[in-house]
Design a protein around this ligand. Structure first.
Ligand code: FE2
Length: 163
């Protein structure tokens, strides 16, 4: 998982991640930190194996740990985080050293998945749909004390224990 760890250690990733951590310190609703990011990655990877989608593990984990990286800009500047996240992720992916680089095809898949993770398009790409579904499945709405105040639609809320 060398390439995934290179993303996590990237200075830009660290800067946005820490900023978000600070902003969500007292948040009663879903947070967007490593527990959520890795839950999403692991659910996606399990589903990938079960459905024999054939996606690369590092590509799945890269998309998952990057997908909410723009969230601090949504809190502060009201920029939808799938848009800022796609830009930040592109900058990070483009500046990885050659030994940790993702191919152009992999980068495109990851960026498309980040851009599409909040609202599923018609005919989404495979990784895009996997990230969308795993992101929602990672949330434990069925056991969340903030559920009554949460603005998520009933359709998005996860009401049972799944993978
Ligand atoms: Fe998420």
């Amino acid at each position: 998982m060398k390439r995934v760890n290179a993303i996590f250690r990237h200075p830009l990733y660290q800067a946005y991640y820490r900023r978000l951590e600070e902003l969500e310190q007292d948040r009663i609703f879903c947070r967007h930190q490593m527990t959520h990011l890795l839950d999403t990655a692991r659910i996606a990877y399990i589903r990938n194996l079960e459905a024999r989608l054939g996606l690369d593990r590092e590509v799945i984990y890269a998309a998952a740990i990057l997908h909410d990286i723009g969230k601090s800009l949504q809190y502060k500047d009201k920029i939808p985080h799938e848009i800022s996240g796609e830009k930040i992720a592109a900058e990070i992916l483009d500046s990885l050293t050659a030994e940790n680089a993702f191919s152009d095809t992999e980068k495109k898949m990851i960026l498309t998945a980040i851009r599409g993770h909040r609202k599923l398009r018609k005919d989404p790409e495979v990784l895009e749909q996997l990230l969308y579904e795993s992101d929602k499945a990672s949330r434990m709405c069925f056991a969340c004390p903030a559920d009554p105040q949460c603005s998520w639609s009933e359709e998005k809320k996860n009401r049972e224990i799944r993978i």
